[in-house]
Design a protein around this ligand. Structure first.
Ligand code: CTP
Ligand code: CA
Length: 226
């Protein structure tokens, strides 16, 4: 039994993970998107499942897929991602928001393809719901909410601010400073921020090793509290 506890530290728990970009439609053939591949979030979902958690992955548009055993809900827009997460969040103990959610969407979606006419085309954008904020604000004492942050300046201050504002238990901050890390890369260099522990700077490592580190830290915090 000790061995099982070591190999499957999250047995009996449920998790929800977001990953990938969101696409926000402009008209029937165009959208606003970003370059996220979803690899980091998918790798975390795989690691949570391997640690014994019943895992749901809410995945934006990408060709990558999770391992067998991870229940995947495919979505396109931020609103769809929000709806899917809001639906499963109440029955999970762990929520990891790794998606690169579009902050804004076009205020209206044209029903027909927009024709090339004017020299300057203006768009009105409206804010999308914040999925991490929703989880942070609605969590109970047995729920763990983890977010990511990508900052280019005043990294630590912005990450701590995000941790507090979104009432998260952990913010994994990607360092843009390092070449060979981040978007499209197999590697990441991160610092982990928590409300009651000093920042933890991890060395450059593969996304797979990083996913294991994050999942171990989540398991450690859950068991410390239990
Ligand atoms: N996030 C989310 N829903 C959104 C926007 C962001 O769940 N609508 C989550 C991301 O998945 C990530 C965290 O919030 O875990 C931080 O995302 P980031 O873009 O760094 O922060 P924002 O709050 O959007 O602030 P800004 O882009 O202005 O830095
Ligand atoms: Ca953002």
């Amino acid at each position: 039994e000790m061995q099982l506890a070591k190999e499957k530290p999250l047995a009996g728990l449920s998790a929800v993970v977001t990953a990938g970009p969101t696409y926000e439609p402009i008209d029937p053939v165009r959208f606003i998107g970003n370059h996220s591949s979803g690899l980091m979030g998918i790798t975390i979902a795989n690691a949570l499942h391997a640690a014994g958690a019943q895992t749901t992955l809410v995945l934006g548009p990408t060709h990558l897929t999770a391992n067998v055993g991870v229940e995947t809900i495919k979505v396109t827009t931020a609103q769809q991602m929000f709806d899917a997460v809001a639906g499963v969040f109440p029955s999970t103990q762990i929520a990891v928001m790794a998606a690169a959610v579009a902050d804004y969407r076009p205020a209206t979606v044209a029903h027909q393809k927009i024709k090339k006419q004017v020299d300057e085309l203006e768009f009105s954008l409206v804010k999308n719901p914040d999925i991490l904020l929703h989880c942070g604000m609605n969590k109970s004492s047995n729920q763990w909410v983890v977010g990511f942050a990508l900052e280019t300046n005043d990294e630590a201050a912005h990450a701590m601010d995000k941790l507090r504002r979104k009432n998260a238990d952990m913010i994994v901050m990607n360092s843009m400073q390092d070449k060979g890390a981040g978007f499209g890369s197999a590697n990441n260099k991160v610092t982990i921020f928590e409300p009651e522990a000093g920042p933890l700077s991890l060395p450059l490592m593969t996304k797979q090793d990083l996913a294991k580190e994050i999942v171990s830290l989540i398991a450690k915090r859950i068991h410390e509290k239990a």
